[in-house]
Design a protein around this ligand. Structure first.
Ligand code: TTP
Ligand code: MG
Length: 443
């Protein structure tokens, strides 16, 4: 079976990944036949303990337990050096210390874990508009249709691992498959620092030898029950008649049967999806005339559309923000009929929205953001895509800018407008998240 599972040596694979990116387009075409959906599950290794080892080099390479410094509480997690002693999450501290007397006990620092968690989720957000966190240290990432940006599934996994490592210094284990369920089992399969890719057509065979405890929903109560019925592996469940399972276990029986056949219709929800991509410009001189505001919107639309295309996103929502000279922020937003990634479509919507403001101005900031973001390819497949001719003009400009620099192409009308944007003001191109946090880079 060609299911691959390795603790990747990232440096050794980087040459291979460069080569695979080169042929990404043809690979993407080939892959699309076997990979209808691509779901990544990513989970940090020994998360709290790894953060403590990162921040305190003296703890590296040593067994570390995270938990209260008393015998009464439970261990939150154990470093991988401690795990061979049979200690881990939820074990009473007293028992864990008996089993692993050399372990260093460290009190948890939740704020720090939250901070690292945000970094991790931000990195994942660079790979997809749909990231669904399950806890501080794990998330599903929808990667369907992204092969031609990130390469084939294995290369996607390598890139995610490398990016998380670069941003945080920590290891994340990654599973890649066609469903959430198999991706999640895969990410745990080769911990720590694992990368397990299970092609959808191999998923049933890959699951078969695993114990029934790896079925989603099988806990301490159900596992002995399944075993007493003669079901020890996931393959045993897959081979049983569905009606028999339903008869013996009710609706859970059908659920296990479906999982054992790698059927899981759950889609990655857009829980912590990048909410918007935007561009706000603080102006040198306040503007009030509609024509002046429009010029700034046009420039913001150019920038936002370029960044959407860079990420292969399309937007179904547009928002315009205006800040009055008394610092009041006003905003209007609208839905697009179809997903768009062209400046023309964003600008047209922005002009409609502009007419809905009833404040006469003047304004000191003009901003435009695209939200309700989706993968471009999915929108194109569903024919939700707007004007393709216009799009090819804008992508040609992207290529010119890429080759000759950002100043290479300027709209004639903008030539005299270059210095109307405050150089030292807050000109931000941002990626905004639903929980209010804003990741931005100065323009
Ligand atoms: P997990 O991802 O379950 O565990 P982990 O990251 O420590 O180890 P692994 O390599 O097996 O993924 O949980 C993430 C963090 O959540 C963990 O570091 C501590 C915390 N946690 C608790 O506080 N209580 C618990 O019962 C569990 C399981 C985790
Ligand atoms: Mg973890």
């Amino acid at each position: 079976m060609s299911v691959m599972s390795d603790k990747s040596d990232m440096s050794a694979t980087s040459a291979a990944s460069a080569a695979s990116i080169k042929s990404a387009t043809s690979a993407a075409k080939r892959l699309s036949r076997t990979w209808h959906n691509i779901v990544v599950h990513a989970d940090m290794d020994a998360f709290y303990a790894a953060v403590e080892q990162l921040d305190n080099p003296e703890l590296r390479g040593k067994p570390v337990l995270i938990g209260p410094n008393s015998h009464r509480g439970v261990v939150l997690t154990a470093s991988y050096e401690a795990r061979p002693y049979g200690v881990g999450s939820a074990m009473p501290v007293g028992e864990a210390r008996r089993r692993c007397p050399d372990a260093v006990m460290v009190s948890p620092r939740f704020e720090r874990y939250q901070q690292v968690s945000r970094q991790v989720m931000d990195v994942l957000g660079d790979f997809s508009p749909a990231v669904e966190p399950l806890s501080l240290d794990e998330a599903f990432v929808e990667m369907s249709g992204a092969e031609h940006i990130f390469g084939p599934p294995r290369v996607m996994g390598e890139k995610i691992k490398r990016a998380v490592k670069a941003a945080t210094g920590l290891n994340i284990s990654v599973g890649v498959s066609g469903t959430k369920y198999v991706a999640k089992v895969a990410s745990a399969h080769d911990k720590p620092n694992g990368l397990t890719v299970v092609a959808p057509h191999q998923a049933v065979a890959w699951l078969a030898p695993l114990p029934v405890t790896r079925l989603w929903g099988v806990g301490k109560k159900t596992a002995p029950r399944l075993q007493s019925l003669g079901f020890h592996t996931i393959g045993d469940i897959a081979a049983a008649p569905e009606n028999l399972l339903a008869h013996q276990l009710g609706s859970a029986g059908r659920h296990f049967y479906n999982l054992a056949h790698a059927r899981d219709p759950r889609r990655v929800s857009r829980g912590r999806t990048a909410k918007s991509l935007g561009s706000d410009r603080t102006l040198n001189e306040d503007v009030a005339a509609e024509a002046d505001i429009r010029r700034h919107l046009r420039r913001s639309a150019d920038r936002v559309a370029r960044r959407l295309r860079e990420k292969n996103y399309v937007a179904r929502g547009v928002r315009v923000r205006l800040k009055t000279s008394s610092f009041q922020m006003l905003s209007r937003q609208g839905q697009l009929q179809r997903g768009a990634d062209t400046a023309q479509a964003l600008y047209a919507e922005a002009c409609k929205l502009l007419r809905q403001f009833d404040h006469p101005g003047p304004f000191r900031l003009v901003g435009l953001a695209a939200f309700d973001l989706h993968w471009g390819d999915q929108a194109r497949q569903l024919d939700l895509f707007e004007d393709n001719r216009r799009r090819s003009l804008e992508t040609t400009i992207d290529q010119l800018m890429h080759r000759f620099g950002k100043g290479a192409v300027t709209r004639a009308r903008d030539m005299q407008q270059q210095d109307t944007v405050a150089k030292d003001g807050v000109n931000l191109d941002f990626l905004d998240y639903r929980d209010g946090e804003r990741v931005s880079s100065p323009a």
